[in-house]
Design a protein around this ligand. Structure first.
Ligand SMILES: *[C@@H]1O[C@H](CO)[C@@H](O)[C@H](O)[C@H]1NC(C)=O
Ligand SMILES: *[C@@H]1O[C@H](CO)[C@@H](O)[C@H](O)[C@H]1NC(C)=O
Ligand SMILES: *[C@@H]1O[C@H](CO)[C@@H](O)[C@H](O)[C@H]1NC(C)=O
Length: 790
């Protein structure tokens, strides 16, 4: 996104004299409302008709210039039909945002709930939480619309690109490296934001609370690295990687979440710019996945088809290729400026334009845009200023912040600290009192912001507390190491708040190193050496950092990762440090060692290539030793997990399990299993549904503290040959347990979805024979074979 523009706009807003808080709704007359006599008799106002039919009628009343005017994110009004102006571009990645142009924060509502950055909320591994966050963002969007501070309800979130490379500046915006996690996140967030209950019951006629947009299709995960820019980047991806890594979150977004928009990215995929790819947008997204909605371009991504990719030679060819491929609205005015000439030159037909407009207006109709006054909407009309920063949303922001914190190290029970036993505490580091480190990017003006330092002050008497930032910013080009060491030396306990900021990782900026910036590492070591007790290190980062030095240093007793934890992040961190919350987050990305940066960021291959020393990517394929693994995270309690199934050997579906075969099963080669595979497509959906079986995990909290246990269930194949992942996450659940409490968690295992892997030709296949379900150290062998198929 071209967010510099928005930031400038935001600064200007702050300079404006504050006006009395008068809630002015969208300017009347509302289209199709009682006072809009010109339009109420037309078919597009008839709420009994399906949205696509209403949209087609509306489009049929537009002149060609009016049609073309609607093809950019800033769509002007068509007063003679009562069509109000509309802004397609709004953002709500982890709360409504100052990025985008559809939402204003200068009326009666001046602040919105700021949830943790997505990578942090992802670490909770809790789809229900993700859905509730999406829902809260949708409620706040609708509330701002109703009070007249938004002229759009199309939110260009979530970002569900796979966090393929730890250097990616926008990895923080995503749910991490795992396609199954990202797919679950996409479905949950979209369903929450769009509203309307279970997505399974959502149809192309359902009313929308707000419209979600999954971005950036597809294989977009490089911003600016080694002079390679996203605008001209060509993602060279194999069919296998596309099918089992890059595309699943988008597919889930559409098929499970019922998203009403997909955004095409700046990049090309194997030579074809995403916004010019009819294979991607028309054949796959609309055809195979069945999206009912619209395709938006990333901002100016139609122009870059020509200007950066040199894929087309004239602006007219460019807008024609984009619209014909299936890009309905361009962010920016390039299409609005050039489409008329494209029509005159015969490169684009009015029919092509109508197709795009029907997709666009059908979404506006589902948003209730042509039903008169938005406040009279019978489902969402009641939402207003009181629904923004509501107590429920604020406590959800705290809950998300708490649940995403990951305890990476806790030697000898350094944590939690008992506040009444702390006689002196030193808080050191540039991220201790830095509100920027709570936000990450794509944020809005938050209702409240509590930094870690402020929250610690609510636990520790100020006269016992000393604070030193020690570096001017996380860049830490110079550090007050001597002073920091002196303070550490004279304090009982030391907490360091270090990590990254948007100066190291952001949109348009990828990292070149995984090490902490500047003098941070030497500062941390000096402080740890000076302190009498092992110190506590809190890392505020989006992407992973190589902190091997801290992991191995006994003077660093505890390490917490707290992402960019949102408005309540400081409080959440303090609650974890002082034992008011038992951490349960798990890393949603692999933390690689610095040597990983030797491989070019432009190598999109997930699978390792040992012949040339290419180590592979993510927990599924990386063959090196990570600093911390995907899924890693400790608790203050000790939990046990026991894995079992409850079905008999003769289960009609064709799967069998040996429930006695738990730990210590040796992995067999495919040769022993006969090397037979089934093609999932040939099994058929009905049979696939019959094959689903329950796997149970009994979890128990052995104390000493109540808390959540996060259970990740993996599938492992008998071999990792042939491009099979080393393992694949197939389910996750987070369960709160009191000390001594037990619970049985049920996971539905679908052989077609979970045992299958994608072959080099992009086909989903299931091996015959042994498969292993894995939870923690527990393994359960499941044999698979189908009767009637060989
Ligand atoms: C808020 O900002 C918008 C866009 O800059 C402006 O049109 C509007 O008048 C402002 N509203 C108030 C109440 O200041
Ligand atoms: C299109 O947008 C560009 C960049 O924002 C602006 O400079 C130009 O004036 C706009 N053109 C028209 C015709 O609106
Ligand atoms: C903080 O400690 C000082 C000195 O021990 C004491 O006088 C003061 O009452 C304490 N304040 C609070 C709020 O406990």
């Amino acid at each position: 996104m071209v967010h510099k523009v928005s930031l400038v706009a935001f600064l200007l807003l702050l300079l404006l004299p504050s006006s009395p808080s008068t809630a002015t709704a969208v300017d009347p007359p509302y289209s199709c409302g009682p006072s809009s006599l010109s339009s109420q008799a037309l078919a597009f106002c008839n709420t009994q008709l399906p949205p696509s039919q209403r949209a087609a009628d509306l489009v049929s009343h537009l002149t060609l210039p009016e049609k073309i005017s609607q093809l950019g994110d800033r769509a002007p009004a068509v007063p003679r039909l009562g069509v109000p102006a509309y802004e397609w571009w709004s953002e709500g990645l982890h709360g409504l945002s100052i990025w985008g142009r559809g939402i204003r924060f200068n009326g009666s509502v001046r602040a919105v709930t700021s949830f943790p950055q997505v990578i942090h909320t992802a670490a909770a591994f809790d789809a229900r939480l993700w859905r509730r966050v999406g829902e809260a963002v949708g409620v706040e969007a609708r509330a701002l619309y109703n009070v007249g501070q938004a002229n759009g309800l199309t939110i260009w979130s979530p970002n569900v690109n796979i966090f393929r490379d730890p250097r990616w500046g926008r990895g923080q915006e995503t749910p991490g490296e795992d396609p199954a996690t990202a797919s679950a996140y996409a479905a949950a967030f979209v369903a929450g934001l769009q509203g309307g209950g279970s997505p399974a019951t959502v149809t192309e006629a359902s009313t929308l609370q707000a419209s979600a947009c999954c971005k950036h299709a597809t294989a977009y995960d490089l911003d600016y690295w080694n002079k390679v820019a996203r605008y001209s980047y060509d993602s060279k991806v194999t069919l296998q990687d596309l099918e089992d890594t890059y595309n699943p979150p988008f597919k889930s977004c559409v098929m499970e979440g019922k998203a009403t928009c997909i955004m095409c990215g700046y990049n090309s995929i194997n030579g074809v710019p995403a916004c010019a790819s009819s294979d991607l947008l028309t054949k796959q997204v609309r055809g195979e996945w069945g999206m009912k909605g619209y395709v938006a371009s990333d901002c100016d991504a139609v122009a870059t088809i020509r200007d950066a990719h040199r894929y087309t030679s004239s602006p007219e060819d460019t807008v024609a290729v984009a619209i014909k491929a299936g890009t309905d609205v361009n962010c920016g005015n390039y299409t609005q400026v050039h489409a008329m000439a494209a029509v005159q030159q015969g490169k684009l037909s009015e029919k092509d334009i109508d197709k795009a407009l029907i997709n666009l207006f059908a979404v506006r109709i589902r948003l209730g845009h042509f039903n008169g006054d938005p406040r009279s909407n019978d489902v969402y009309g009641h939402l207003g200023a009181a629904d923004v920063c509501s107590p429920a949303h604020k406590s959800l922001a705290l809950e998300a912040a708490l649940d995403g914190i990951v305890l990476l190290k806790n030697d000898a029970g350094v944590l939690p600290l008992r506040p009444w036993l702390v006689s002196s505490l030193a808080v050191i580091g540039p991220n201790a009192d830095n509100t920027g480190a709570l936000h990450g990017n794509y944020f809005g003006p938050a209702c409240d912001l509590t930094t870690p330092l402020q929250a610690i002050k609510s636990y520790i008497n100020g006269s016992h507390l000393r604070f030193l930032a020690a570096c001017d910013s996380p860049a830490c080009t110079m550090a007050a190491t001597g002073t920091a060491a002196t303070i550490a030396c004279s304090s009982d306990h030391v907490i360091l708040f270090m990590g990254l900021s948007q100066k190291q990782e952001q949109e348009g900026l990828d990292r070149t190193t995984l090490l902490l910036p500047g003098e941070q590492q030497s500062l941390i070591v000096a402080v740890a050496n000076a302190a009498s007790l092992p110190v506590i290190l809190v890392l505020l980062t989006g992407g992973p950092v190589d902190v091997t030095f801290a992991k191995n240093n006994p003077k660093i007793g505890a390490i917490l990762w707290a992402g960019y934890p949102g408005q309540a992040g400081g409080l959440a961190i303090a609650k974890v440090i002082f034992g008011d919350h038992n951490p349960s987050g798990r890393l949603p990305v692999t933390w690689y060692p610095e040597e990983f940066t030797k491989i070019p960021m432009t190598d999109m291959r997930m699978r390792a290539d040992p012949a040339i020393g290419y180590p592979g990517r993510s927990y599924r394929f990386y063959q090196g030793n990570p600093v911390y693994k995907f899924g890693y995270g400790l608790s203050y309690s000790s939990f046990s997990s026991r894995l079992f199934t409850s079905f008999s050997m003769t289960n009609a579906g064709g799967v069998s399990s040996d429930t006695s075969a738990l730990a210590g099963i040796t992995v067999r080669s495919t040769e022993e299993d006969g090397g037979v595979s089934y093609v999932v497509g040939e099994i058929g959906i009905e049979r696939c549904n019959e094959l689903v079986f329950p796997a149970m995990v009994e979890v128990e909290n052995h104390g000493p503290m109540d808390g959540k246990q996060t259970v990740l269930m993996y599938l492992q194949w008998p071999t990792a040959n042939g491009g099979r992942p080393a393992r694949q996450l197939i389910g996750f659940r987070s369960q709160h347990l009191k000390v001594g409490e037990k619970a049985n968690l049920k996971f539905d295992v679908s052989p077609c979805d979970h045992f299958s892997w994608v072959s080099e030709t992009g086909e989903k296949v299931i091996d015959r024979g042994a498969h292993f379900l894995i939870v923690g150290d527990e393994e359960l062998e499941i044999s698979f074979g189908l009767t009637g198929l060989s």
